[in-house]
Design a protein around this ligand. Structure first.
Ligand SMILES: [Zn+2]
Length: 154
């Protein structure tokens, strides 16, 4: 590649990228759900020390034979005074609170917290008693944020 190959002035993607919030020990995350969690089968990639989406066995996923793909949830949500964010939700938390996968969650307050000693300990979801929103804007599209996080092209 040379300077002539650089795509000068190209490549700007105007689609917004939202902060991804993950509850950590001692730092819970409180949000209003904007849409049902987007479910994505994933694998932990030990070599890269991160979670990446599973393309599926039919598409040649080399990990599926060795380890089950774990569904992860990505929740479009509002944080604070309406800041648009994405919250990562574990499989266990979604099992514990199935409404996160349905439109019933929209407009409701949830608090996500890590409990225990380990940084990757279980994620707990607390349904907040305060009322949710009665009117809310359309949910934001979180796919560009996720693709950017995973380093994947569209
Ligand atoms: Zn797989």
């Amino acid at each position: 590649m040379t300077a002539a190959d650089v795509q000068w002035g190209q490549g700007w993607d105007d689609r917004p990228i939202y902060p991804i919030l993950t509850a950590r020990l001692g730092r819970s995350v409180e949000v209003v759900a904007a849409a049902p969690a987007l479910i994505v089968p994933t694998h932990w990639h030990e070599d890269q020390k991160r979670t990446l989406p599973c393309p599926g066995k039919a598409r040649g996923c080399y990990l599926c034979d060795r380890i089950r793909a774990r569904p992860k949830g990505y929740l479009a949500a509002w944080y604070g005074h309406g800041k648009k964010v994405v919250v990562e939700v574990t499989e266990g938390a979604m099992r514990a609170l199935p409404e996160l996968r349905t439109p019933a969650c929209v407009g409701h307050w949830y608090r996500f917290e890590r409990r225990g000693q380990r940084a990757n300990g279980s994620l707990f979801v607390v349904v907040m008693e305060r009322p949710g929103l009665s009117e809310y804007p359309l949910p934001h599209d979180i796919k560009p944020t996720l693709l950017t996080m995973w380093g994947l092209p569209d």
